[in-house]
Design a protein around this ligand. Sequence first.
Ligand code: FA5
Length: 362
Amino acid sequence: MGSPDHFNQRVMVTPISTKRVEDVKSDALNTLLHISDLDSLDEWRVQYLGRKGQLTQLLRGLSSAPENDRAQIGAAANIAKTVLEEQLRLREADLKAEHLSGVVDRERIDVTLPGLPVPEGKLHPTTRMVREITTAFASMGFQIEEGPEIEYERYNFDMLNIPSDHPARDMWDTLWIDQARPDGYRPLLLRTHTSPMQARVMENIDPPVRVVVPGKCYRYEATDSTHEWHFYQVEGLAVGEGITFADLKGTLYEFARRIFGEDRKIRFRCDFFPFVEPGVDMSISNFKDKDGNRPINRDEDWIEILGAGMVHPKVLEGVGYDPDRYTGFAFGMGVERIAMLKYGIDDIRLFYSNNTQFISQF
Ligand code: FA5
């Protein structure tokens, strides 16, 4: 009788009566009134309804009740269990709803506040100019092609009637990628102009040809306000039967009118390029701001924007075209120079200075 086991058993199996059941129930309901979060609610559940909870223990002790009272006590305990479970469910739903509305309150978005400005990306002025130029030519029936920036010496020079010992190679200060070898290996270079695409295009298609080729060029030269060591050109080539110098002038006049408007003047002068005959360069009358001043090259009336001419018969022959049957014209224009003239930019080096203040103006 006095053993610890016996003592424990007596304490754990609480004497059961209807009153005891009612006490546990009202105690549980009272405690529930003060519960304000889900963690405490779970502790409450464990305390009263859990496997070792007070009500569960009472039910377990039912067999120790006087036989006559058992049915009544059992019914009261079952009702208490149902009531507590129902109250648990309701309280849980309330607390979850309160928690959710707290989250909504904290994270509520005020749709009436003014929005934060989103920084707007812009196209680089060179990209815009390339697009404007190629669109103007596309609407005159020219196709747009692109070609490699790393080029064979053969296309950059030889096929343009500039053999290796020709002094005209000095017109373009070249960035070589590797060197010629005695075994006849021809080296690679960074193209100095977009003209190599003349030969590449003609090798691939039969006349009539009408293409413009935008792309980047590289020269080993000192920079100043109108010279960069890397810049963009747009090459143009038209070959077919009966194409004359008048077609060259007409096409370039129309291009200049579309890009610069009616008011700017155009000037052609004789120039030399080994791959054209005759050769010319074309200049545009210098830009004037609203006060009549020239922001670019103040002392110059004209700014050169392109070289051009009738495709040399040797170039036509080199790609397998019959020079007695076909004639054509070609031109190569500097994209940044055109943008400078169009927008009044006084230094070409601004284009690639990573200066977003400059770029974002366009
Ligand atoms: C040539 O590059 C020839 N391939 C053009 C050509 C094509 C002639 C077809 C005949 C037929 P030139 O070196 O002059 O030519 O360059 C042409 C244009 O590119 C110049 O008028 C200028 O607008 C631009 N350009 C040349 N060098 C630079 C440079 N360092 N920086 C910026 N623009 C340049």
